[in-house]
Design a protein around this ligand. Structure first.
Ligand SMILES: NC(=O)C1=CN([C@@H]2O[C@H](COP(=O)(O)OP(=O)(O)OC[C@H]3O[C@@H](n4cnc5c(N)ncnc54)[C@H](O)[C@@H]3O)[C@@H](O)[C@H]2O)C=CC1
Ligand SMILES: O=C(O)[C@@H]1CCC=N1
Length: 266
């Protein structure tokens, strides 16, 4: 089975690097095409993937075609994909906002289409991904694609009506979390701690807290209560976050991303 990536930007590069680093895929079975050739050459040189010069060339070699361009580039790319579409192909989209009906409109109603929403942590094998598939996707092809994304993290099936909210809390939220970690570290710098030391501590504290939520089966607020000693230090910070609208600030950010994602499907 051969995998072809059209558009080799941040996300496709993270997936390809994750695939190669996993040891589960041979890099010479991975093909890439990017509008700007330099990106293809760089990936071919560093990871040994096969560089191609056109969508036609990539599709002639590959079975699984991953669309890694931005949503607004799809109207340019999809008519070309349609021209070279064969029965062997399964189309995988990682684009925000664009639903299966959108792809069927450009390709055909019988083209097997799998929508996946990964995140950038694929680069280190830690993506939290989801998928939904058109009825036409045979189980064997579905299995291939879920296996691919399992090599770069975890993947679950999510009904398409929940894709936009998944794209926010699964796909976009790493950006929020990076911001949170950096804010913690920067606050420690104000207190005199070196930045590198502060970043490592903040990131590890977030990692441990995430594991605690996943492993303890406890409600997050029960865990908050366990940190807040009566009359102690932590409750001062928790009260400060509440006074400063911590939860509604997050809700507003989630709504902003989700609304934008939904607007892309119109
Ligand atoms: N960056 C992220 O964390 C995530 C991105 N996504 C989705 O992944 C897709 C790509 O996003 P990014 O990698 O962030 O964008 P990007 O801008 O880094 O990458 C897009 C790539 O496509 C190339 N390109 C543009 N037009 C092309 C064409 N006609 N033919 C071939 N290549 C072309 C560009 O040169 C660029 O390398 C988007 O649809 C986005 O919604 C999904 C989940 C997370
Ligand atoms: O910002 C974006 O459009 C993409 C989709 C999810 C994460 N990044």
């Amino acid at each position: 089975m051969k995998y072809g990536f059209i558009g080799l930007g941040n996300m496709a590069t993270a997936i390809i690097k994750g695939m190669c680093n996993s040891g589960d895929f041979q890099s010479n079975f991975i093909y890439g095409y990017n509008r700007t050739k330099a990106k293809t050459t760089k990936l071919a040189t560093s990871y040994g993937i096969q560089a191609t010069d056109s969508i036609e060339e990539l599709m002639s070699h590959c079975d699984v075609i991953v669309l890694g361009v931005k949503p607004q580039m799809l109207p340019d790319v999809l008519p070309v994909v349609r021209t070279y579409l064969q029965e062997k192909h399964v189309i995988v989209s990682i684009a925000a906002g664009k639903n299966i009906t959108y792809f069927q409109g450009y390709l055909s109603e019988v083209t097997p289409i799998i929508r996946v929403m990964p995140n950038i942590n694929a680069l280190i094998g830690a993506s939290t991904s989801c998928y939904t598939a058109s009825e036409q996707v045979p189980n064997t092809q579905l299995q291939l694609v879920t296996t691919l994304f399992e090599t770069v993290g975890t993947i679950i099936e999510v009904p398409e009506h929940l894709f936009s909210i998944f794209a926010t809390i699964g796909g976009a939220s790493p950006a929020f979390t990076y911001m949170y970690i950096d804010a913690l570290a920067r606050a420690a710098v104000r207190e005199g701690m070196p930045k590198n030391m502060a970043l490592e501590i903040a990131a590890n504290a977030v990692l441990g807290s995430a594991k605690m939520i996943l492993q303890s089966q406890e409600h997050p607020w029960s865990l908050v209560d366990q940190v807040c000693s009566p009359g102690g230090t932590t409750i001062q910070g928790v009260s400060s976050l509440q006074s400063n609208h911590f939860e509604t600030t997050i809700h507003d950010a989630v709504a902003a991303v989700t609304d934008k994602d939904r607007s892309l499907s119109k």
